[in-house]
Design a protein around this ligand. Structure first.
Ligand code: ZN
Length: 491
């Protein structure tokens, strides 16, 4: 048991009491210093903890963002979700721990200080003042002359009253000091106990939480070892493929890309000469797909169609160019010069383009042959080959068998006897003159009754024909408000 101030000694106001009192006051003052220090440091610790919690919160949300990029595998995702929830809960435990620490130390101890210390200070002031009064009264009482009876009596009374008052205050002060000493002991112990209890709760909750997470941790651990095996396999496979491609293709030689997977016949880089006056060359990515030649100026731009229908084009090497490996594509509307990186690539592109054109014809003729109505009388090369005049009507009959070929392509005049070899249409004599005046680079006119025809040329007339070609060339006429001339229109 701690020593307390003795009330009996207090009444006596003995030197022993004074010494003990001094000791007591020194203890209270040093206790106050320590209390202040503990509360201040606890406040700092809680502040740092709150900063940690804020950082932890930010960290957890960034972790959640990172994990959201993971492949959405249900097993892994459910584990990750549980971890995420667990970590969030840990964070709330931390917040609780800080709250309780704050309450246990700072609030409890500061209430101890605020409740007792100010009162102690006040009481001590009174005690000191009355002590001084007592000294004065004792001195006066000692100095009074024995011959002044009234004065002596007054001095004696004053001394008695002051001593009574002093004893009253001294006892009160002692009581307060004793009470503080007893109370602080309990409060400090209580405070430490609460703090330790808060720590206990925190770790206990954490332990329970992590124990609940254990199955998920095991599951994810198993997934991880599986993943690590898969990853090693995948890396090996990638290395092998890398090696294979390096050995096979990465020789620096340009490749002809044939990609049946995306429907392209051929793909690759070609230089394209600008059709503007500048005639600059630009390297673009070209693709032949669905009988169209399309290209991209850069990976950010959409593909543009250079030639809408390769069936209406001709392709040939452009050896007159200053540059090497050039070839040109011609249609009625435009002519475009392209350049490959090598002779090999140029040949690949030429044959792919030609093949695409031929394929278009084959598909068309197949489609027509399967149509039961109005099949062309003859389509085989043998029947339509150039021959003696006796076979000429056969040419005419074959030519007029194409869809829409019985009337002039341009004016609708019946029984056309002329045709454009490159466009694959039949025309009347009047319109054939107009075609001729355009020049052979646009339309090459031949007579269906007088000239000789090659099988391929005749085939073109059948598989294309006036309907198909007009469908393409005149597709926007009504839209643009153009009026198609009739057979009686002036030239
Ligand atoms: Zn005509």
């Amino acid at each position: 048991m701690d020593s307390l101030l003795d009330f009996e000694e207090c009444i006596k106001d003995s030197p022993e009491f004074r010494l003990t009192l001094d000791q007591f006051e020194a203890d209270v003052s040093s206790l106050e210093t320590h209390l202040d220090k503990v509360m201040k440091l606890c406040g700092k610790m809680v502040e740092a903890g709150q900063a940690y919690n804020s950082a932890n919160k930010l960290f957890l949300s960034s972790l959640a963002e990172l994990l959201s990029y993971q492949k959405k595998e249900t097993v892994v995702m459910s584990c990750l979700n549980q971890f995420q929830q667990g970590l969030q809960e840990m964070l709330s435990f931390h917040t609780m721990l800080l709250d309780q620490t704050q309450r246990a130390i700072v609030q409890q101890l500061s209430s101890l200080c605020s409740q007792f210390l100010p009162q102690l200070v006040d009481t001590r002031k009174e005690f000191v003042r009355i002590g001084e009064d007592l000294e004065t009264a004792a001195a006066k009482n000692a100095q009074v002359s024995r011959h002044k009876a009234a004065d002596a009596e007054r001095a004696s009374h004053l001394l008695l009253a002051t001593r009574k008052c002093y004893q009253h205050f001294a006892l009160d002060y002692c009581l307060q000091l004793n009470t503080f000493k007893t109370q602080q002991k309990m409060d400090v112990l209580n405070s430490v106990f609460s703090f330790v209890h808060a720590q206990f709760t925190f770790f206990h909750q954490g332990f329970d939480l992590l124990r609940d997470l254990e199955p998920s941790m095991k599951t994810l651990g198993a997934q991880l070892s599986q993943l690590s095996a898969d990853c090693a396999t995948k890396r090996k496979e990638l290395e092998n493929r890398h090696l294979l491609v390096q050995q096979r293709d990465a020789s620096g030689e340009p490749m002809v890309n044939s990609c049946p997977s995306n429907g392209a016949v051929i793909q690759g880089y070609l230089f394209k000469r600008s059709r503007r006056k500048s005639k600059t060359w630009k390297r673009c990515w070209f693709t032949i797909r669905d009988h169209q030649l399309i290209y991209k100026k850069s990976h950010k731009e959409d593909a543009a169609v250079l030639f809408e229908d390769l069936r209406l084009c001709a392709v040939k090497p452009a050896d007159h160019m200053d540059r090497r490996f050039c070839f040109e594509l011609l249609s009625v509307q435009k002519c475009c010069v392209l350049q490959a990186d090598s002779e090999q690539l140029k040949q690949a592109w030429l044959s792919a383009l030609q093949g695409s054109i031929d394929l278009a014809y084959r598909e068309r003729s197949d489609a027509q042959l399967t149509q039961p109505k109005d099949p062309p009388p003859v389509l085989s090369a043998g029947d339509a080959s150039p021959g003696p005049p006796s076979q000429r009507p056969a040419v005419l009959a074959v030519a007029l068998g194409g869809p829409g070929n019985q009337r002039c392509c341009d004016c609708g005049q019946e029984e056309p006897r002329w045709a454009s070899v490159n466009l694959g249409v039949t025309v009347c004599i009047e319109c054939s003159g107009i075609h001729r005046s355009l020049g052979v680079h646009l339309s090459k006119i031949r007579s269906l009754t007088l000239d000789s025809w090659e099988a391929e040329q005749l085939k073109l007339l059948c598989v294309l024909g006036n309907d198909v070609v007009n469908g393409i060339y005149e597709a926007r006429c009504s839209e643009e408000g153009r009026v198609k001339p009739g057979s009686d229109s002036p030239r």
